[in-house]
Design a protein around this ligand. Structure first.
Ligand SMILES: NC(=O)C1=CN([C@@H]2O[C@H](COP(=O)(O)OP(=O)(O)OC[C@H]3O[C@@H](n4cnc5c(N)ncnc54)[C@H](OP(=O)(O)O)[C@@H]3O)[C@@H](O)[C@H]2O)C=CC1
Ligand SMILES: O=C(O)[C@@H]1CCC=N1
Length: 269
């Protein structure tokens, strides 16, 4: 039997997931999207400004709005979450206990941490929830068109994984920008620097994903002894500059996720 799918919030992240699901062959008619802001949904998807009146629980409900919007949205979502519902939440910094207290009826609740590459089926996806084996298998099947899913062994890892997998693209985009900006400062026309930096990062990531070698080993293979690359690597590595910068970046983002988790708990009391 075809599963019914209700998605609350279809902005940047929810929209990327919907795109990924449709590209993966899921039938658009099974999706109902509730989003007060969205002007149009992909062909075949039912788009509503507000929760559908007089309808029963859905098989799958996705929470895709901002974490701070949960208290306002909860009342509208609740009628559609019943004992047959697999509830998926992409809300950063809203823990399972808060979700369970808000939606006690749900068959299973799974926190999902993807990123925008879900639209291309290329997202890392961290999962944690109170799903039994059947609900886990259902979740795995649902995530397959969006990318590479992994279940976390503990919810305490979710804040860090949010920083790495969820926020990560932003950090990589800033690095691409910094490469282009640096090259422009050293003399290349900016538009050419942008193109070269982006295609270099695209090719490097594809090569690393396809290679049997680790990124560390690949870096070693690029750097000819006594050549050009090693000088640049030595600057990145001096006093662990790059490693410390990245660790600080992840720590800050992780700590903000933990802080948001506390705030979401407090809002619920
Ligand atoms: N952006 C990303 O890369 C990632 C985001 N996330 C998580 O995804 C969630 C969404 O983030 P993002 O897509 O960036 O945010 P957006 O603001 O782009 O999208 C949220 C959408 O939900 C709509 N909305 C608000 N309230 C409701 C409601 N009650 N019912 C239905 N729809 C509603 C918003 O409308 P309006 O604008 O009118 O409020 C908006 O269109 C967040 O919880 C975030 O933590 C997770 C991983 C990565
Ligand atoms: O910035 C945020 O809060 C969300 C979570 C991960 C990516 N975007």
């Amino acid at each position: 039997m075809t599963k019914t799918f209700l998605q609350f919030g279809c902005g940047n992240m929810g929209g990327a997931m919907l795109k990924g699901w449709l590209a993966g062959g899921l039938a658009p008619e099974t999706f109902t999207v509730v989003d007060p802001y969205l002007e149009a949904a992909p062909h075949g998807v039912r788009l509503l400004e507000a929760a559908p009146a007089g309808e029963d629980a859905f098989d799958i409900v996705l929470l895709g709005f901002k974490p701070q919007q949960l208290p306002d949205a909860a009342q509208a979502v609740r009628p559609f979450v019943g004992p047959r519902t697999l509830l998926l939440s992409i809300l950063a910094g809203v823990d399972l206990a808060t979700l369970r207290r808000t939606f006690p009826e749900a068959r299973a609740i799974v926190r999902v941490m993807p990123n925008l590459a879900a639209a291309l089926g290329k997202s890392p996806i961290a999962l944690f929830g109170d799903a039994d084996e059947a609900a886990r298998a259902e979740t795995d099947a649902l995530m397959a068109p969006l990318g590479q899913a992994e279940w976390l062994s503990g919810e305490d890892q979710m804040d860090l994984v949010t920083a790495l997998a969820g926020s990560g693209p932003a950090f990589v985009y800033r690095f691409i920008d910094a490469l282009a900006e640096g090259a422009a400062a050293l003399g290349l026309p900016r538009d050419q620097a942008d193109r070269l930096a982006l295609s270099m990062v695209e090719g490097s990531a594809m090569l690393a994903a396809a290679s049997e070698h680790s990124p560390g080993e690949l870096a070693r293979r690029v750097a000819s002894p006594g050549g050009v690359t090693q000088v640049g690597i030595d600057i990145l590595d001096a006093e662990r500059r790059l490693a410390r910068l990245v660790e600080d970046t992840l720590r800050g983002a992780r700590d903000r996720s933990a802080e948001m988790t506390e705030q979401a708990r407090a809002r619920q009391q």
